[in-house]
Design a protein around this ligand. Structure first.
Ligand code: GLU
Length: 471
């Protein structure tokens, strides 16, 4: 075990596996990851699974899946606290031997009575130190048949302070901190203690975590000091609020990162959006993962809570969709077409992506719209046919079919040129031809640009569907 400061930056993400990877957790993971990458350091994944009632293997998997989706690869771990119990016991024994921790035989009822007494005296409720060894103090006789807890011998004077990487200087009066229980009567270590031993053993240099842990930090610092460990730097990230200013929760929509995959968000867009939620680099809204790593700096993390903005997320996602190449998009959209009972191989999906991607906000929207090219044709409903496939419109479509059959090439440009010629000849406006064409060939009134749609559907199919109108 070394206690000297390692020269390399080492950060960790330490989720408790009690549910999916939520947005706040993902953002904390992203900041820890980006900080490590920026400093060419090491990013560690640690699973804090000591709460046996709430931790599940499914939740561990959900966290790992979320991290994998966001592409936040760790360099060490995952380490599981439940597999480190022997190590925690060893440190507890060491602290007992060194006198930085002690056995306390007060029963929970007795401790409650001490708290009540303090409260009645207008003081902060706390353990009164009955079993805390002091020079010259005689401890009470050990009660028979009672298993002790182990308490940390917290300093009783002075302040514990740190310069938070995000919040600035923070100080706690040591008198406010109780002698923390570090092991229960059955010997199992408690939460704060496991975190301390892990951060020490894993030589964590920078702890970036949610600000719900600010109150734990002075306790952890004091235990680290008692162990002679080098202290990490701490940075506490403010929480994420919903658009209404309340703490982000299910009421505001999906809070599990993986749900955003299901809804058709690109992981690149999610990383970009999450990074901007509480961190900034000038006015840059769109940046690559590489730029994030290059620019990441805890000084640019905001002290105030960030607000979830679904519209902005959609805007970022639309940007990434637009800038993803068609083949790559097709690969990502194909499984979503299968889910919709479509056949992604029924068309040139990459070309379809090229046609649709400029106005899509999610991959799901792309899949919905691409279904036009991926499902068997269903003729338009009667009312649409009655409205748009009038005898005049049908005559126009037959003229179109004849000329289409004669085109040299079946390309968007050729088809567009033909449509234009026909409109001029017949003295018509675009919708007069385009809408009947859409209704006849696609079964629907609205589609992307008609020339491109017809090109993608293919000449034979288009002619077949126009021919069917004759019957
Ligand atoms: N397991 C804690 C949580 O999920 C994080 C502890 C830490 O980062 O120190 O909130």
């Amino acid at each position: 075990m070394t206690t000297s400061a390692p020269s390399v930056v080492r950060t960790r993400f330490a989720p408790s596996p009690t549910g999916y990877l939520h947005l706040g957790g993902a953002r904390t993971a992203l900041f820890s990851w980006a900080f490590a990458r920026h400093h060419k350091g090491v990013f560690i994944l640690r699973i804090e699974d000591t709460d046996l009632e709430r931790s599940t293997p499914e939740a561990v998997q959900a966290i790992i899946d979320g991290m994998t989706w966001l592409n936040l690869e760790h360099d060490e771990g995952p380490f599981y606290q439940m597999q480190r119990m022997d190590r925690y016991r060893q440190v507890i024994d060491q602290m007992l031997a060194e006198g930085t921790a002690y056995h306390c035989y007060s029963s929970p009822e007795e401790v409650e009575a001490m708290r009540e007494k303090a409260r009645a005296a207008g003081l902060k409720p706390r353990y009164d130190g009955t079993w805390r060894p002091e020079p010259g103090k005689t401890l009470p006789p050990i009660p028979a048949d009672r298993k002790p807890v182990v308490r940390f011998r917290n300093p009783i004077e002075g302040v514990t302070s740190w310069n938070d990487m995000i919040k600035g200087p923070i100080a706690f009066d040591n008198r406010e901190l109780d002698d923390l229980i570090i092991a229960r009567p059955d010997g199992t270590p408690t939460y704060n203690f496991c975190v301390v031993v892990d951060d020490w053993d894993m030589q964590i240099t920078h702890v970036i975590r949610g600000d719900d842990h600010v109150n734990n930090t002075p306790r952890q610092i004091n235990i680290l000091r008692a162990l002679g460990a080098t202290l990490p730097e701490y940075g506490h990230v403010p929480m994420i609020l919903g658009p209404d200013g309340e703490k982000l929760s299910k009421r505001h929509g999906a809070v599990s990162v993986i749900d955003y995959d299901r809804q058709g968000y690109l992981p690149e867009a999610m990383v970009n959006y999450l990074a901007r939620l509480g961190w900034s680099h000038g006015n840059d809204e769109i940046f690559t993962r590489e730029q994030l790593v290059e620019w990441f700096d805890t000084r640019s993390l905001t002290k105030s809570a960030a607000q979830w903005d679904p519209k902005k997320l959609n805007w970022v996602n639309a940007h990434y969709i637009k800038h993803t190449d068609n083949t790559d998009l097709a690969r990502r959209v194909a499984p979503r077409i299968l889910e919709r009972q479509g056949d992604p191989a029924a068309t040139d999906l990459a070309a379809v992506m090229g046609l649709l991607k400029d106005r899509a906000e999610t991959l799901n929207q792309l899949a919905d719209e691409a279904m036009l090219f991926c499902r068997p044709f269903t003729p338009a409903p009667d009312e649409l046919r009655a409205e748009h496939l009038t005898p005049e419109a049908c005559a126009l479509l037959q003229d179109f079919a004849q000329r289409a059959a004669a085109l040299t090439d079946w390309t968007t440009a050729e088809i567009d040129a033909l449509i234009k010629t026909m409109l001029t000849e017949h003295g018509l406006k675009m919708p007069k031809l385009a809408i009947p064409l859409r209704v006849a060939v696609t079964g629907q009134k609205q589609t992307p640009a008609i020339g491109a749609v017809l090109a993608l559907i293919g000449r034979d199919t288009v002619l077949e569907r126009l021919d069917a109108l004759k019957g």
